[in-house]
Design a protein around this ligand. Sequence first.
Ligand SMILES: *[C@@H]1O[C@H](CO)[C@@H](O)[C@H](O)[C@H]1NC(C)=O
Length: 443
Amino acid sequence: MKFFILFTTLLVGVLGANISNISIANNPAARLICYYDSSSFSREGLGKLTTTDLEPALQFCSHMVYGYAGLHNDNSKLISLNQNLDLDAGKGHFRTITNFKKKYPHLKILLGVGGGRDENPEKYLSMLEASVNRMAFINSAHALVKTYNFDGIDLGWQFPPNKPKKIRGSIGKFWKGFKKIFSGDSVLDEKAEEHKEEFTALVRELKNAFRPEGFSVSLTVLPNVNSSIFIDVNAIVNYLDFVTLAAFDFQTPTRNPKEADFPAPLYELNERNPEHNVNYQVQYWLNGHCPATKINVGIAAYGRAWKMSSDSGITGVPPIPETEGEAPAGLSSLTPGFLSWPEVCSKLPNPSNSHLKGADAPLRRVGDPTKRFGTYAYRIPDDNGEHGMWVGYEDADTAGNKASYVRAKGLGGIALFDLSHDDFGGRCTGDRYPLLRAAKARL
Ligand SMILES: *[C@@H]1O[C@H](CO)[C@@H](O)[C@H](O)[C@H]1NC(C)=O
């Protein structure tokens, strides 16, 4: 019998591979969580993601996290952070999106909280301190979920992120004995222990309130949030349907302006940053007795781009020294140091840019045969020191590698941050949502 099942699985695998190159014996239970930043609906130009553009993704997503709701500044109630878009009577976006469940019945849609988009992150700690605030939050969350037909809440709780490690420049070298000063080890939160317990209480109370109607409660650990400081993994996991580790943005040009490096490596790059990789974060949760199937690995559908200077060397091999902060913004995402996947793609060598010069000259692309660190592309500065760029990014290959990692470790799934940064228009290769598809194919 066992042999028969194995044989059938292999056969289906082989046939599947012939029929379509994306259906190689997927694990059907694996989650594919699609983060959807609804503010992308209001963008101008090529960055605008319409509801029609959204549809080709929905067949792949098991869950969508609608971003974002946030905390009321005074009373801790959960509120829309974009009321004009979300709530507008009759044709509000909350309802437009949850109505997609009629056409895609497998899809679960969660209301995302915080996600790094709410102002005054301090209130995410202070509200925890009184049970009356937690109650106000829970009651308002329950009402929003029920009224707008969401399936639950995803807590992208805005704990304070780690401070970046400083790079030792020439002055730093002199001071290197004073390690504390330069390693950014200062205390993030004096009351961290207390807040950790209170956060467990919040999640427990929220889950208890949601249980009768089967609403789900999940957690997103935002980039650079240190789980060991704020989250009691062992105590909290029973109340969570799953947790998504946004294990990317470890190095960014905003946090680390003077040194470019892989933003989201799967494994340890060097001894200096042993925690700055996906595997460390996953292992931390596993060690805290979180079941593997509850853990989703988040991947960024964008690159982080630094300006290379004349002193950054010519090899492009990271870490790149003496960078000058954020590279210029992309044409549609308009954010310095940040390039969505289609924006990165348009800078890689292709027939239409091969003869261009200066700021439009193609970057040189370097893949990752080790499958451990990620991929990057760069352009060394010209003779005047202009137009240098180094970008570390996720492409279909590396997104697929992370999905393979998830599958090999028996984890719960992959989460894409977010749909609006993937190539939803198919501008790069003609395929819409290539990163999402690649992840789905290898889960
Ligand atoms: C996270 O916090 C622990 C202490 O709880 C500390 O040892 C570790 O270095 C911190 N990680 C980062 C990346 O700051």
